[in-house]
Design a protein around this ligand. Structure first.
Ligand SMILES: O=C(O)C1=C[C@@H](OP(=O)(O)O)[C@@H](O)[C@H](O)C1
Ligand SMILES: C=C(OP(=O)(O)O)C(=O)O
Length: 683
């Protein structure tokens, strides 16, 4: 996950490959609640792990439900049936509508029947999201429900600590035109109390987001409860209903999350050597209504082949075709159409989407504001949005997209990086995708490609003990970029050779076949840098690399031409989306001469000796400053005068003498320089 202030996505050119989607949010949270309310245990596989499911799991645990991860990856929920072990709790539900609404109904009924009292709250935006229609329905049933701040909004108190009779004889009337989640909540809760006689629900007003009710009915059936449905107006739960665990249940991939990759396949040319985008985990047999995004994307020109549990997407008509579509049945995925509209041949209208205004943010306003920043013309109404793309490539703008803590705004606008003007896109607060798809950007970058020169590189070169390692790791971390610590690569070849039983003794290195084998070994090194750690084949080898013997082996293998050639390729391979910070001695001069920014980091030898001294002392290693200073000076001289890749600043490098700076100041200086070189320097 990119937990950084903003993520700059370079202009993207093509896409191809296979992705597996995380589990459906709507199914995950329903199944968790149903499993908790059932008799017996349920093993859930492929459950979504995101902010929305975490708050649900935490709430269930606080209500006394036992949750046990299984060796096979499933999560076992021990159902409590209709008898909660805990009668009082304060639950925090973040911004998860699928936790807040269903838990409100179930806990209100249980608290009323058994004399419990529960308080439900969320983040500030959750306290602006309406729940009044559900509260009204629960009050008709005789449940004590108090809105603790504003009438009709969370936080809520459910129950008053006393048992009360429930009034189940009359049909329960609930409005369906603000959110379908109120009806879902009642459908999930009422089987707990429909013992003696049938319980009916009547929907007042037009029901929106209907396919979500179908998910609810489908899952109720899996847990042993059948609901009679008369049109979309009346739903009847039979007397004697009782939840029974299906034993094991798998969660489908999230169809709303699929929409970003369907759109990607529709608007990006296939990367050479690939056949467009394949999505696994969700397909045409999905029970999620958002699978009908496929039809909408086809209307816009996408070429989609579907199987039961898989989708395959290629670019079809280009530019995409503008559409005029009622999107009431796909409220979440429809946001993705708004971004596809930026690549269409005219004006697209998405209508009947009034519910967008009361979701994670006012989504009609947010999509309009951000699309305008990119250069589009947008008209918005109470329940529609109309988007006309920038007229010509040169009318696109490099925009810093504000994301309003709305995962879908962030995911949608990442697709603007395919703009014909080849401009980068900045996504502010990218971690907001954690609501439903924590690894969204990593997944996106896995299947996107762009010419190598579009991938930014920041080189940090400099002498030993100048603080390059710490600075580079910190800059990479803050920008969400990859990190290359080139200094350890030769040591790693030495270590890998040792582990593979390949000699690094001088005489063996002269044997051409042996040198070739070492070169192959170097080319195939599976290495990653995380902060100050080196991971080789997924194992932390940082300490192994610091040993004297690794150092000696490194200096011997560095003389082998095949190894040097292989490491050149390996170092270039670190240049991956969204960008790279490369730390070393010849990064800016030899390895990445076209880097967008080069920093040559220095500090006086005296200052570096003091730092190294502190470092050693803090590790309990005795050291002498004068000795260290002499060593450093000798090493500087060697580095500057060696024939292979001598240490020198690139001509276009920015010199940073950090003798008088602490690490935060140096990092800030480099980030400031970098910001000045991005397309967002005015923001
Ligand atoms: O029941 C559900 O799982 C959902 C219903 C929809 O909400 P509304 O019914 O409020 O439109 C949808 O937007 C939300 O993401 C999930
Ligand atoms: C509206 C959404 O979420 P919630 O389940 O919180 O309503 C959404 O995921 O787009």
């Amino acid at each position: 996950m990119f937990a950084i202030p903003h993520l700059d996505i370079p202009p993207l050119a093509s896409a191809g490959g296979t992705i597996r989607l995380p589990g459906s949010k709507s199914i995950s949270n329903r199944v968790l609640l149903l499993a908790a309310l059932s008799v017996g245990h349920t093993d859930i596989t492929d459950l979504l792990d995101s902010d929305d499911t975490r708050v649900m799991l935490k709430a269930l645990a606080e209500l006394g439900c036992r949750i046990e991860p299984q060796a096979d990856g499933a999560l076992r929920i021990h159902g409590v049936g209709g008898a909660l072990p805990v009668q009082r709790a304060k639950l925090f539900l973040g911004n998860a509508g699928t936790a807040m609404r269903p838990l409100t109904a179930s806990l209100a009924l249980l608290a009323t029947r058994h004399g419990g009292e529960f308080e439900l709250s969320g983040i500030p935006r959750m306290h602006e999201r309406p729940i009044g229609d559900l509260v009204d329905a629960l009050r008709q049933l005789g449940c004590p429900v108090t809105c603790l701040a504003n009438e009709g909004y969370p936080p809520l108190r459910l129950g008053d600590g006393q048992p009360h009779a429930l009034q189940l004889e009359q049909p329960i009337r609930v409005r369906g035109d603000v959110s379908s989640q109120f009806l879902t909540a009642l459908l999930l809760a009422l089987p707990l109390v429909a013992q003696e006689s049938d319980v009916a629900i009547e929907v007042v007003g037009e029901l929106i987001s209907r396919p979500y009710i179908e998910i609810t009915l489908n899952l109720l059936e899996r847990f042993g409860v059948n609901v009679r449905r008369d049109g979309w107006e009346r739903f009847t739960i039979s007397a004697g209903s009782r939840y029974a665990s299906p034993g094991r249940i798998a969660v489908e991939g999230d169809a709303s999350s699929a929409s970003y990759f369907i759109a990607l396949g529709a608007l990006a040319p296939a990367t050479p050597g690939t056949d467009g985008i394949t999505i696994e985990g969700v397909g045409l047999s999905s029970i999620q209504g958002d699978i009908r995004f496929v039809e909408a994307a086809r209307l816009m020109g996408a070429n989609i082949a579907g199987e039961a549990n898989r989708l395959h997407i290629r670019r079809g008509t280009w530019p995409l075709k503008a559409i005029d579509l009622d999107c009431n049945h796909i409220p979440d995925a429809a946001m993705t159409l708004a971004v596809m509209a930026l690549y269409a041949d005219g004006t697209t209208t998405l209508s009947n989407i009034a519910s967008w205004r009361v979701k994670e943010t006012d989504r009609i306003a947010a999509m309009a504001t951000e699309a305008r920043k990119l250069g589009a013309s947008v008209e918005e109404g109470a329940d529609y949005i109309r988007i006309t793309p920038p007229a010509r490539p040169q009318d696109w703008r490099a925009a810093s997209i504000h994301t309003y803590d709305d995962h879908r705004v962030a995911m949608c606008f990442s697709l603007a990086a395919f703009n014909p003007a080849h401009l980068p896109v900045r996504i502010e607060d990218p971690k907001c995708v954690a609501k439903t798809f924590p690894d969204y950007f990593e997944t996106l970058f896995q299947v996107c490609a762009t010419p190598i020169e579009n991938i930014p590189v920041i080189c940090v070169d400099g002498p030993t003990a100048s603080g390059k390692g710490t600075l580079s790791a910190e800059v990479a971390e803050q920008l969400g970029y990859h990190l290359l610590d080139s200094g350890v690569l030769y040591r790693l070849v030495g270590l890998a050779a040792e582990q593979a039983g390949l000699s690094t003794a001088e005489p063996d290195l002269k044997d051409p076949a042996h040198a070739r084998r070492l070169g192959e070994l170097a080319a195939g090194l599976r290495v990653r840098f995380e902060g100050q750690k080196t991971l080789f084949e997924g194992r932390d080898v940082t300490d192994d690399l610091r040993t004297e013997s690794a150092g000696m082996a490194a200096s011997r293998v560095s003389s082998v031409a095949e190894v040097r050639q292989a490491l050149l390729g390996l170092q270039h391979a670190f240049r991956q989306l969204p960008g790279l910070v490369a730390d070393g001695r010849d990064m800016g001069t030899v390895i990445f001469p076209d880097a967008r920014m080069k920093v040559f980091l220095t500090a006086s030898a005296e200052q570096r000796a003091v730092r190294r001294h502190k470092q050693l002392i803090s590790k309990g290693i005795a050291a002498n400053i004068d000795g260290l200073l002499a060593d450093l000076k000798a090493r500087d001289l060697r580095d500057i005068s060696r024939t292979h890749a001598p240490l020198k600043a690139a001509e276009d490098a920015l010199q940073l003498d950090n003798s008088g700076m602490d690490i935060e100041q140096s990092v800030q200086q480099v980030l400031d320089w970098w910001q000045g070189r991005t397309a967002f320097s005015g923001s």
